[in-house]
Design a protein. Structure first.
Length: 225
């Protein structure tokens, strides 16, 4: 899987700030068993209690993480290893991908991915819970993140958009098949073996709280992209 796809998925489905939170994410921060990630946030680290947060390993995000983890080699720390140079502009990279796909770039590329995710999650989960996952306050979410979508108007007006939704879902399913198909039923044997090996030492996301990660005796942290 190319590196940009996981970066995009972490922004769109995980709600991570790009690039700071992506580049800080390590494999020890991913708790496969409990379905969550410890996301370290350099942007809010100067506020006490906001140095990091726990984010669910959402079902939409999980296939991307699993595929990268299965391809990983032992002894590498970070989930994302490409695009770590100071002069690397991820926004420019994403603009090139969008143009190549024949689409039009939207404003505030990465922030709007977080905004869309927060809007989706808030329709299902309590606002304070979603703010804790996304890493912002209710005031900031309401002023800058939560969106009024076409779907809101259609639902309020009782307008059926079945045909459009069916086409959209079919396109999304077709696009997602190459990634999801590698995990048709449960976890692969390779994934289980690597996960078990990686979690022989305590995860910093575990029940012990937010202690600094400890090095595994076998030196395994997995190779990111």
């Amino acid at each position: 899987m190319p590196a940009p796809w996981l970066i995009f998925a972490l922004s769109r489905y995980g709600g991570l700030r790009c690039p700071s939170e992506h580049l800080a994410l390590t494999w020890q921060d991913v708790d496969w068993e409990r379905g969550r990630m410890l996301v370290r946030s350099p942007k809010t680290a100067h506020h006490e209690g906001h140095e990091s947060r726990l984010v669910p390993s959402f079902p939409e995000l999980l296939p991307y993480l699993r595929e990268v983890f299965e391809r990983a080699e032992s002894g590498t720390q970070y989930v994302i290893t490409r695009y770590r140079q100071a002069n690397c502009n991820l926004r420019t990279q994403l603009q090139r991908i969008i143009a190549k796909a024949g689409l039009k770039a939207w404003p505030k590329l990465f922030q709007n991915l977080r905004s869309t995710r927060q809007t989706e999650l808030t329709e299902r989960w309590p606002e304070h819970v979603v703010c804790a996952w996304i890493g912002n306050s209710k005031a900031v979410a309401r002023e800058h993140y939560l969106q009024v979508t076409d779907e809101h108007f259609e639902q309020a007006a009782g307008i059926s958009n079945a045909n459009g939704k069916a086409a959209q879902n079919a396109a999304q399913q077709m696009h997602a098949e190459p990634c999801v198909a590698s995990h048709p039923v449960g976890e692969s044997a390779k994934f289980k073996q690597k996960r078990d090996l990686a979690t022989q030492c305590d995860s910093p996301v575990g029940r012990g709280g937010f202690e600094p990660p400890q090095a595994c005796a076998n030196g395994f942290t997995a190779r990111p992209l």
